[in-house]
Design a protein around this ligand. Structure first.
Ligand code: PMP
Length: 454
């Protein structure tokens, strides 16, 4: 179980894990009791991934404010996970808390627009550049609806995803390149009897020849892509990749959907604005409403026109898109507050300054220890990647994962008062994060890495 990657011995990983586990359990009686008390939740948690963290029993958070967490036993943590990006702008930003309080008194769910609706549309258009927007509840849903709209607009059946990408629990995106080089359902999918590769094509990120070949027969409605792959180990686009992707998709009449749910960390207009991308469709969720369940999907003029035509020319009945709580007054109030007062130029400047400090500090720790790992970066998102050089695609990213080692590192950091994202070494800087917190992260990482590398 302790297969570890270059530079780290299995024995040291096991020792680090055992020591951290003993400390975790020994100093958290209330946390252990909480696990025992959750008898009527499946596996003791409200959402099943919560048992997949590195902890022997789930950490139970009593309070999350700014970039700081306190567990039920009173231990405080510097939070660099930030709800895996949902709280990229800190926990409970004051303008969002105030907007929610105000809106709670004026109605939370009406299935009708509030006066904030038109303002949110204007804010999204000004920020991200596309003229037409819709609100959904999760990034998963926004992607599902955008893919539907793309198929309706183009009249084509297929989509293209990049190997190793994640776009939420969007069934049809769970296709990967198998060991035989062919597209197949991801092996770990549960309750999925369909062969998803019938309508989903999959190619390696950064491989424009493969994109060209996959779009050649003009049956692909849409390419869905993160501008930087952030959900395996971070894979940055090679120079020219996005220009090439845009050119090929245009030539084949395939729409380009950019999913900025994570790469919003780049800056106020996401990676798209910072790098001048020209998507036909755009999705963001998680942090876009300051941690309130809301997501957005947008489209350009031409896509909107084709989608409207498709909507107009179908029989009456349910479109198969939309959910009751989407576009609610609650979401609109949180979106408006986040866009106007929280996700500001100043906030991003602070986040990026702290991410600079993280990148420099962590890179120095890795160099001192002589480990063949490196630090990758996408604005306020920083990741330790367990490979010596930049990754090219999802296959390389998969082979840079060492789950037992990662879990040991995460738990060892946690008992040192530092929380990072589960499943890979990803860290975020929020507007509430301080330089002292970053210094504590770097010091804790140095301590952990020294014990691993010897
Ligand atoms: N898109 C991307 C790029 C994501 O990283 C995620 C979640 N990690 C999603 C979509 C889905 O977000 P949610 O789970 O909030 O629906």
């Amino acid at each position: 179980p302790f297969a570890e990657g270059p530079g780290v011995s299995p024995a040291r990983t096991a020792a680090l894990r055992a020591e951290a586990e003993a400390l975790y359990l020994g100093t958290r009686p209330k946390t252990r009791a909480a696990a025992g008390a959750a008898a009527h939740l499946l596996d003791g948690v409200p959402m099943h991934w919560m048992v997949d963290w590195s902890t022997p029993v789930p950490l139970v958070i009593a309070e999350a404010t700014g970039a700081r967490l306190v567990d039920v036993d009173g231990h405080a943590y510097d939070d660099f996970c930030l709800g895996d990006t949902a709280s990229l702008f800190g926990h409970g930003p004051a303008p969002v808390a105030e907007a929610l309080t105000r809106q709670a008194r004026a109605g939370l769910a009406t299935m009708l627009p509030s006066p904030d609706a038109a303002i949110v549309g204007d804010l999204l258009s000004a920020r991200f550049g596309l003229p037409y927007w819709q609100v959904a509840t999760t990034a998963t849903d926004a992607n599902r609806f955008a893919l539907r709209a793309a198929r309706a607009a183009t009249g084509r059946p297929r989509i293209l995803v990049f190997d190793g990408a994640y776009h939420g629990a969007v069934d049809e995106t769970f296709v990967e390149i198998g060991p035989n080089g062919r597209a197949a359902n991801r092996p770990a999918l549960i309750g999925e009897p369909r062969d998803l590769s019938v309508l989903t094509r999959v190619v390696p990120f950064n491989d424009l020849d493969a994109v060209e070949a996959a779009l050649a027969d003009n049956t692909v409605a849409c390419v869905i892509a993160e501008p930087v792959m952030t959900n395996c180990a971070m894979v940055l686009p090679q120079p020219g990749f996005h220009e090439g992707l845009r050119d090929i998709t245009r030539r084949h009449g395939t729409l380009l959907l950019i999913d900025e749910t994570h790469t919003l960390s780049t800056g106020p207009g996401g990676y798209t604005r910072a790098h001048g991308l020209q998507p036909d469709m755009f999705v963001a969720g998680k942090a876009i409403a300051g941690g309130v369940p809301a997501s957005i999907w947008g489209m350009n003029e031409e896509t909107a026109e084709r989608f409207r035509d498709a909507k107009a020319n179908r029989p009456d009945g349910h479109s198969g898109m939309g959910t009751t709580l989407s576009g609610s007054p609650l979401q609109l109030a949180a979106l408006r507050a986040t866009l106007e007062e929280v996700a500001t130029e100043d906030a991003f400047a602070h986040m990026n300054r702290l991410a600079d400090r993280m990148e420099a500090g962590l890179s120095a720790v890795l160099a001192e220890a002589g480990l063949p790992w490196h630090v990758a970066r996408c604005g306020a998102r920083v990741e330790v990647v367990r490979a010596p050089a930049a990754l090219m695609d999802g296959r390389q990213a998969k082979s840079a994962h060492y789950p037992a080692l990662e879990a040991a590192i995460h738990l060892a950091l946690l008992v040192r008062g530092v929380l990072i994202s589960p499943f890979h070494d990803m860290m975020l800087a929020s507007p509430a994060t301080t330089g002292e917190q970053v210094d504590r992260l770097v010091a804790a990482t140095r301590d952990v890495v020294r014990r691993l590398a010897g």
